[in-house]
Design a protein around this ligand. Structure first.
Ligand SMILES: CC(C)(CO)C(=O)C(=O)O
Length: 355
């Protein structure tokens, strides 16, 4: 199989480098400064064992490859807000022997949340999900670091939303050779919703910095509890924290990497790079959407969604709202929602998001 990694950033670069290191055929897809750096200097991949440079084919879209091969696997690792454009570009690409990528090739969404899988299911016949637990960082164009050792990360995978087939098993076998643990699960959506609850912390990190103490952790627990009530009301199953903990064990140990320490998760990194967009609409925003559909108030997730978006749009520094101030705003939004259904919580959230 040839792996076409659509979005060679932190996650895509790490998966691509590890698969290439295990002798698998890999094509990287990138844009802008990342495309130029990867083509000129290769992918510089930093790990606790040192830096390795992988010189791999790099393209900016399907036209550069001509007809795709029948053994191609599209691995989608862009941020969720970029999934639609990426799949619109790759879905119609012709495959040798006839038909399009959307009809004939598997697409593997190795991303946070569940929205990319839905976007993919509208276009592709065969969609797979990966629950990505992979501590990695986009350091600068052409340079990606992954701190996990001896395993790089844990990638539960399966047909989305459920099903374990031969393609999933073959991809997982390649990932296992590439220093990941990649269990094929019959219910990958259940794992991805569990991960979504964890990723509700991404906006807290983006706005007020990595969660470093009990006070910040307490706020995250409230945000998570809101998310759990919504999933329960929507009848959506998710793996428990105990199950997740057991699956991870201490298999992925984190060791600091010189000069490339991981400040925060992916949303924190998006703000730090000043990309102007953030994944919050598909993480906290997924909870807000489901809350509205199922009649569950979600003032805390709405506050975080809107604050994170404001920070991204206005290119505010990651972590610049003190956590005490974020908690004050959360308390206010929470209280307003309890005492009024007439939009006072909305006013608090709007005022706070503009703060
Ligand atoms: C769990 C973690 C932190 C890394 O895989 C993540 O999902 C993110 O940074 O978005």
């Amino acid at each position: 199989m040839r792996y076409i990694i659509i979005g060679a950033g932190a996650v895509g670069g790490t998966i691509g480098a590890r698969l290439a290191g295990a002798g698998r055929e890999v094509v990287l897809v990138a844009r802008g400064a990342q495309y130029t750096a990867l083509r000129e200097d290769g992918l510089r991949f930093r790990t606790p064992d040192g830096e390795h440079t992988h010189r791999l084919p790099v393209v900016d879209g399907p036209a550069a490859l001509g007809a795709l091969r029948t053994d191609d696997v599209l691995v989608l690792t862009v941020k969720t807000q970029d999934s639609e454009a990426a799949l619109d570009a790759w879905g119609p690409a012709p495959v040798a022997g006839g038909g399009s990528a959307a009809e004939r090739l598997p697409v593997v969404c190795a991303q946070n949340g569940v929205e990319s899988q839905r976007i993919a299911l509208r276009r592709f016949r065969r969609v797979y999900g990966v629950c990505v637990w992979l501590p990695c960082t986009f350091v600068e164009p052409g340079v990606v670091s992954a701190a996990g050792t001896p395993l790089t990360g844990i990638l539960h995978m399966g047909r989305y939303p459920h099903g374990a087939d031969e393609t999933a098993r073959r991809i997982a076998a390649d990932l296992e050779k590439a220093r990941f643990e990649a269990p094929v699960v019959p219910d990958v959506a259940r794992w991805q919703y569990a991960k979504l609850l964890g990723n509700l912390a991404n906006a807290v990190e983006a706005v007020s910095g990595p969660i470093a103490d009990e006070v910040a952790r307490g706020l995250y627990e409230r945000v998570r509890a809101e998310g759990e009530s919504v999933l329960r009301a929507a009848g959506i199953p998710y793996a428990s924290q105990a199950e997740q903990k057991e699956a991870r064990g201490d298999k992925v140990r984190l060791e600091p990497l010189d000069g490339a320490e991981r400040g925060g998760g992916s949303s924190w990194q998006s703000l730090t790079r000043g990309t102007g967009t953030i994944e919050a609409d598909h993480l906290n925003g997924e909870i807000v959407l489901l809350g509205r559909l199922h009649g569950v108030p979600t003032p805390l997730n709405e506050l975080l969604q809107r604050l994170a978006n404001t920070f991204a749009r206005e290119r505010r520094a990651a972590g610049s709202l003190p956590v005490a101030e974020l908690i004050r705003l959360a308390d206010e939004a929470d209280k307003m929602d309890e005492i009024s259904e007439a939009g006072e919580a909305d006013d608090v959230v709007s005022a706070a998001a503009g703060a």
